[in-house]
Design a protein around this ligand. Structure first.
Ligand code: NAD
Length: 515
């Protein structure tokens, strides 16, 4: 296939070897595919929940049994180390299926809505969760199976159809995911669209009932604007610039190892990657030395993946160079490996002007760990919160109570003490952000609220011929409601209330007969 004619990645980031070609979904068919999904959804949404659960149950074993195949695809297509595929893309996804199938009945169960029998005699109310309809799912390449499954599993169980467009940099992983679902749900309930931004735009323009997007801030804003023109709601999970705060009493070994993992897992191509470290200057020398010692032996391609896209490699180089020019010291790394899209895991000591450089302010999404020395917890917290992003953050300390208090003050959707960023793998834990990290929620019962709409059903068993508030509007109506207002008010005296009771008794019965 002619590389220029395809939006897809054609060379492995690991070693530049050619990747197998992928067929693009013609743009002009996208609207038709969404229409087909809408038809399929009507039947799927009406299928009893128990049947939907049964249909999706085999997905768990398919994920576990085909883990090695997935790891091979992710290694070639994204450069992901095999161990990371198993820990981030296989095992947590099996947990995810298990969690949702165990929980879905309880979470979708209709709820009685208590109605005051005096105000609403004979009436009963029920709150039901109904599927949205067709959900357009547009995802990035960094966790190309785990991220989409966090929407696909609960959305399908809740009775939606999903039209899924994976990233043009991970179409083979996207196709693998579609194969996992093969034959489990009726045709049209799950649809794969392959392509780049053009297919993504066409999908948003096809007016699905919800767009679930994970990706960059810039694309998130474009999608929100496009969706607004047809009032399609959007769920946006965007970029991050996570901070780790290392306090003077931290367990130094655990903090250093945790920070190294948090910064370099998936080569830092993780929305919750540690991209800023604020360490108490009392322990900074020892902490920095240990981080450098742990970073130096990491092998690109084995422990740390290469960058997945050429654009990412360019951003990483630009950020490191700008930081160096602004006075940052490169303690280890700081250059490409020269093999594929590899870049050496890099630790920077940030001071002075380099704290304003892009490596500290913009999302790098690469294997770069900038460290800043600070004067205690308040200084660290103020700097950590001084960001337009707010996805996750962490505090490292042996004083767990103080750690928790500080974590509560982090301006993020997720905050952890003595760990970082892995909670996206916990299906019961909501994953969300603040600021430019977006407002979408994945995982947990809160995510289900994105994939369903509340529907309120009221049944009236009253035998009265009229309601208080129905026409005609008479004097007895006004007198009745005035009396009710006095009786409910907390400021009216006893005499006024007694008078109101007589007014009510004299007028309410007339009203109920429509007079
Ligand atoms: P991206 O925004 O470039 O692309 C994401 C997806 O959007 C791709 O599928 C792409 O084809 C599609 N797309 C591009 N233009 C579009 C348009 N105009 N309309 C519709 N779709 C369009 O992001 P990326 O480079 O693939 O992913 C990296 C970004 O994702 C980082 O910023 C990272 O922080 C973020 N991310 C966030 C989370 C989270 O949970 N908050 C998780 C993972 C990644």
């Amino acid at each position: 296939m002619d590389a220029a004619a395809t939006p897809f990645s054609t060379l492995s980031p690991l070693d530049g070897a050619p990747l197998e070609p992928v067929a693009e979904t013609p743009i002009e068919t996208v609207r038709e595919l969404v229409a087909g999904a809408r038809v399929a959804q009507a039947a799927w949404g009406a299928t009893p929940l128990a049947e939907r659960m049964e249909a999706l149950w085999p997905l768990k074993d398919r994920i576990l049994d085909r883990g090695a195949e997935l790891a091979r695809i992710l290694k070639r297509e994204c450069g992901k180390p095999e161990g990371e595929s198993w820990t981030a893309e296989v095992l947590p996804n099996a947990d995810l299926v298990e969690y949702w199938i165990e929980k879905i009945e309880e979470l979708l169960a209709p709820e009685e809505v208590a109605l005051d029998a005096m105000s609403y005699p004979g009436k009963s109310g029920q709150l039901i969760s109904v599927p949205r309809g067709v959900i357009a799912l547009i995802t990035p390449w960094n966790f190309p199976v785990a991220i989409p499954l966090r929407t696909i599993v609960p959305a399908l169980l809740a009775g939606n159809a999903v039209v899924f467009k994976p990233s043009e940099f991970s179409p083979r992983a996207g196709a693998f995911l579609a194969r996992l679902l093969d034959g489990l749900v009726p045709a049209g309930v799950f649809t794969l669209i392959q392509g780049g931004g053009a297919q993504g735009r066409a999908l948003v323009d096809a007016a699905p009932e919800l767009v679930v997007f994970t990706g960059s801030v810039a694309t998130g804003k474009k999608i929100a604007q496009a969706a607004a023109s047809s009032l399609v709601p959007v769920s946006l999970e965007l970029g991050g610039k996570d901070a780790a705060i290392v306090l003077a009493d931290a367990d130094l070994e655990r903090a250093a190892r945790g920070v190294v993992w948090g910064a370099f897992t998936n080569a830092g191509q993780n929305c919750a990657s540690i991209e800023r470290v604020y360490v108490d200057r009392k322990i900074a020398d020892r902490f920095v030395a240990r981080v450098v010692e742990l970073t130096r032996p990491l092998r690109v391609g084995e422990d740390v993946s290469p960058l997945t896209t050429p654009a990412q490699l360019e951003i990483v180089q630009r950020h490191v160079e700008a930081a160096r020019e602004a006075g940052a010291k490169i303690l280890v790394g700081g250059e490409p490996t020269g093999v594929g899209l590899g870049y050496l895991p890099t630790v920077l000591e940030i001071e002075g002007a380099s704290e304003q450089s892009p490596v500290m302010c913009d999302e790098t999404f690469g294997p770069v760990l900038p460290i800043v020395r600070v004067d205690g917890p308040e200084d660290a917290l103020a700097r950590a919160n001084d960001s337009r992003y707010g996805l996750t953050g962490s505090v490292w300390t042996k004083d767990l109570e103080r750690g928790e208090q500080l974590a509560l003050r982090l301006r993020t959707g997720v905050a952890t003490v003595n760990n970082h960023g892995f909670t996206g793998a916990i299906a019961a834990a909501p994953w969300t952000g603040v600021g430019e990290s977006g407002f979408g929620v994945t995982n947990s019962r809160h995510a289900l609220k994105e994939f369903t709409r509340p529907r309120f059903i009221l049944v009236d068993r009253s035998s009265a011929k009229s309601e208080l508030w129905w026409m005609p509007y008479t004097v007895s109506l006004v007198k009745t409601v005035q009396a009710l207002a006095i009786l409910r008010s907390g400021t009216q005296g006893l005499f006024a209330k007694l008078k109101a009771i007589f007014q009510l008794l004299g007028n309410a019965p007339k009203r109920l007969m429509g007079k």
